[in-house]
Design a binder for this molecule. Structure first.
Ligand code: PGA
Length: 251
């Protein structure tokens, strides 16, 4: 299976020109890498500036969608259908920064269903805020998965990607990345939870990505030792030279 290397640019870069430059450098690396599909998630306002042509190696995604299905008076929001009419093929949903801004489980569940109904692939982010020694946080992970996917028909699981991102490992203030061995443990836990709904084979086919302080030095160990289905990369995706090395790590 192709490794999915996702670039979450968040609210970066500052200008469309910089976005185009970063896109072109990332594209060059992506087209050289046969073992990966690279998915760039820029600020939605930049999607139209990139002159993107869909290919099997490089796709675009949005970082979030609205909880509302139809067009209407929802200032600042972008619907799943609008995203899918742009070149976006993927939608990140439930990112910890969106959860911190008020996306509760019910909202995330609605967004997952709207994105799938609009034919977008969903990258669902889950991850605990902190890790207690007794494994109690696994209940939090279980709850995030089951509530986000409640009522999602089984045949949609082939459009689903899970990104396991422990919140303490995400972003500037992070205490550092998880370990590949711990990731593998959590990947198996996630697939076990999914298998209760869709069966073992379908659950195993859902790619489970690692995210949280991925860089050009640790990427390979998460992909190999950690057996990650791919990586969700924030800060390091803004450095074309570093992100290139992360893409090449999928070899
Ligand atoms: P980071 O962000 O790589 O900067 O830790 C990851 C994410 O937010 O998805």
């Amino acid at each position: 299976m192709l490794k999915l290397i996702v670039a979450n640019w968040k609210m970066n870069p500052a200008t469309p020109r910089e976005a185009r430059e970063l896109y072109l450098k990332t594209k060059q690396a992506a087209l050289k890498q046969r073992s990966a599909r690279v998915i760039i998630c820029p600020p939605a306002i930049f999607i139209g500036c990139l002159n993107h042509k869909t290919s099997s190696r490089l796709s675009l995604g949005v970082q979030d969608i609205s909880v509302h299905r139809n067009t209407g008076a929802f200032t600042g929001a972008i619907s799943a259908a609008q995203a899918s009419y742009s070149e976006a093929e993927y939608a990140i949903i439930g990112h910890s920064e969106r959860r911190a801004a008020g996306d509760e489980e019910k909202i995330i569940n609605t967004k997952v269903k709207l994105a799938l109904a609009a034919k977008l692939n969903v990258i669902l982010c889950v991850g605990e805020k902190s890790r207690d020694g007794e494994g109690g946080y696994l209940q939090e992970l279980h709850e995030q998965l089951t509530s986000a996917l409640a009522g999602v028909p089984n045949n949609f699981y082939k459009k689903l990607v899970i990104a396991y991102e422990p919140v303490w490992a995400v972003g500037k203030g992070a205490s550092g990345a998880d370990t590949p061995a711990e990731f593998l443990h959590h990947k198996l836990f996630i697939q076990k939870v999914l298998s209760k709904t869709v069966g073992a084979a379908a659950a195993k086919a859902v790619p489970v990505l690692y995210g949280g302080s991925v860089d050009h030095k640790n990427a390979e160990s998460f992909l190999n030792e950690g057996q990650a289905g791919g990586l969700l990369v924030g800060r390091a995706s803004l450095r074309a030279d570093h992100f290139k090395q992360i893409i090449y790590a999928a070899r």
